[in-house]
Write a protein that binds this ligand. Sequence first.
Ligand code: XMP
Length: 513
Amino acid sequence: RILILDFGSQVTQLIARRVRESGVYCEIWPFTANEERIRSFAPRGIILSGGPASVHDEGAPTIPDVVFALNVPVLGICYGQQAMCNQLGGKVEGSDHREFGRAFVEITEDCALFRGAWARGGREQVWMSHGDRVTKLPPGFRAVATSEGAPFAVIADEGRRMYGVQFHPEVVHTPHGAALLKNFTHNVAGCTGTWTMARFRDVEIEKIRQQVGDKRVICGLSGGVDSSVAAVLIHQAIGDQLTCIFVDHGMLRAGEAEEVVKTFRGQFNIKLIHRDASDMFLSALEGVTDPEIKRKTIGRLFIEVFEEEAAKIGGAEFLAQGTLYPDVIESVSFTGGPSVTIKSHHNVGGLPERMNMKLVEPLRELFKDEVRDLGRELDIPESIVGRHPFPGPGLAIRIPSDSITREKLDLLRKVDSIYLEEIRNAGLYDAIWQAFAVLLPVRTVGVMGDGRTYDQAVALRAVTSTDGMTADVYPFDMGFLNRVASRIVNEVRGINRVTYDITSKPPGTIEWE
Ligand code: XMP
């Protein structure tokens, strides 16, 4: 396995993604991780990420000595390369020639990192993002590729198996960067690339059995990808020692609650408690129009109902959660300033402490797309595994600045279904991170046949994203949007206007509330 030491780059997670895609297990730790911990992880190779600092800054992050003492291959990326050179006797300088964005490197020498991929004498497109650059190599190193802005674009000390690259091989803008990382992990560090989801499943099932023994586990099921995969995996490990609790707040999309019940009871034979709590949620939300109050009301009730159901079952020692790797990576932050709450996210984060239960979190080491692969490995239907993310508070936050009623929810569900059906028919579902309709608290005048209408308007939203942190609007063609708009207005009574939301995130957020 490979250890990635994080120096605060925005794209450190992408290094891990590329390494795992090549079948090698890796973890991301902050550069401050202590020596003992690094030694006991026993990495076959270490990758040093980029980062926003300059090695000349006061208190600039440094590479722990143990990295060099372990005698394993090291690859420094951007800041990682500069820090390595600085600490090993080379020189790093600020330069007027900042390189940011696309650049080309000339491959001047052979090197183990290039094997079978980057040919000597060739030119490769790379993604640069740096102010400082290495100006003198440490003893033992030689330059094997250069660029206009960085004479030492790729450096190597093959005796000590240390390498450095000034650009970012992990991003898609370095089209052949993955090959370079794979050469490092496979050829240089000697990893075999046998880490697959089938293997992960088998190992994890064994771990769950070890951890749980003959005790009982409860799991909150939402119908989303993460909790579904966690539940099926745990069920394969411990069978009927698992009970799932599905708190149905009545604000799911059309047909979703039924599908959850059918899949988990019918296909997987999992013990499932389906608690229809829609009356309770809707009456608590009566007249509530403020987004934060909506979110907090739903979050509070969810916990209450869950606890009630768990108490009825009684005697479970473990609580299962679909926590993912991005939630547990210890991040390196150089700003440390206060951050504002944009939205109070609804999840069951507060549950374990309140309920005084031990946690089973079998997905803690996985990225979202790996969870999807694992779900496929477990034969979970594509309609669940490939499903767009859906917020915990459900459709309540897609009826903005308005109170929630069954009628409005029904209206929104009809619009949403037509929109998603058209997206699927056009073969666009998987190209989009998330698509949904929003019911606007606005009535507008229209004309249908010979008559006047005075009905509600909806907005459609579709975005692309890799992690939900930033998002771009999906560029539908007008023909598609016209078709959807005409179906919605014709088929859903009560809606006479359709708009398309063209705001990216930032400054917008994905959901409207
Ligand atoms: P925003 O609207 O903040 O959403 O840009 C980013 C992503 O998070 C989802 N989202 C939630 N997910 N509980 C969740 O589990 C929530 O309370 C919640 N609110 C938003 C949103 O759908 C998008 O994918």
